[in-house]
Design a protein around this ligand. Structure first.
Ligand code: FE2
Length: 209
């Protein structure tokens, strides 16, 4: 069994960029349903008791589409909550140097990240990831995930409409710009960047106690 992780902050902590109403619906309804469906479908496939990372990988290998979609969404959302903070600070140290090398500066990364997310067709996720020391911005469709990718995710933003429609209607671009400027957790991204270079293990979905 996997369990729905609690948010690492209050529902209203990210307001006004993301409202408490959006957070309640997104976490308590959407994410909860992905977790519930994962447990049900994993049990049917004999994969219960495995880590969520294993379930995602096995579902993909065995072409269990419904299980993959729900398990990857369960993983992506848990990762997404940890990519946000109400106490943002700018990136520092080696990650800041890598951003300068790859994108010129933080504004250059913002443009690339926001463009990627705003131009992504339909549902998906926009990621900042590291391939070793190299940084890359990419998007994945629907439940597409970096849960078991050779690239290490540093940050992700959800660009499914349920992530922003209550607050921004169709204006995904404004959501992404405000998200990048105010909510992205660079301390988290720096820890993941360390993991990408083998200094410690990357983020994993919390196992049930
Ligand atoms: Fe979502």
């Amino acid at each position: 069994m996997i369990t729905l992780p609690e948010l690492p902050y209050a529902y209203e902590a990210l307001s006004p960029v993301i409202s408490a109403e959006t957070m309640r619906t997104h976490h308590d309804k959407h994410h909860a349903k992905y977790v519930e469906n994962t447990n049900k479908l994993a049990a049917e496939s004999g994969l219960d008791g495995r880590t969520l990372e294993d379930i995602v990988a096995e579902a993909e290998t065995q072409k269990l589409g419904k299980l993959f979609n729900n398990a990857a969404q369960a993983w992506n959302h848990a990762f997404f909550w940890d990519c946000m903070t109400p106490e943002r600070r700018d990136p520092q140290g080696e990650l800041l140097s890598a951003i300068a090398g790859a994108f010129g500066d933080l504004a250059g990364l913002k443009k690339k990240f926001v463009d990627e997310g705003a131009n992504h067709f339909a549902s998906g996720w926009v990621w900042l990831a590291a391939d070793g020391a190299d940084l890359v911005v990419l998007s994945t469709h629907d439940a597409g995930t970096l849960a078991h990718d050779k690239r290490t995710p540093l940050l992700v933003c959800d660009v499914w409409e349920h992530a922003y429609y209550l607050d921004y209607k169709q204006d995904r671009l404004s959501f992404l710009e405000r998200w990048f400027d105010t909510l992205a957790d660079w301390e988290f991204a720096e820890a993941q960047y360390e993991a990408a270079r083998g200094r410690h293990a990357p983020w994993t979905f919390a196992e049930a106690a």
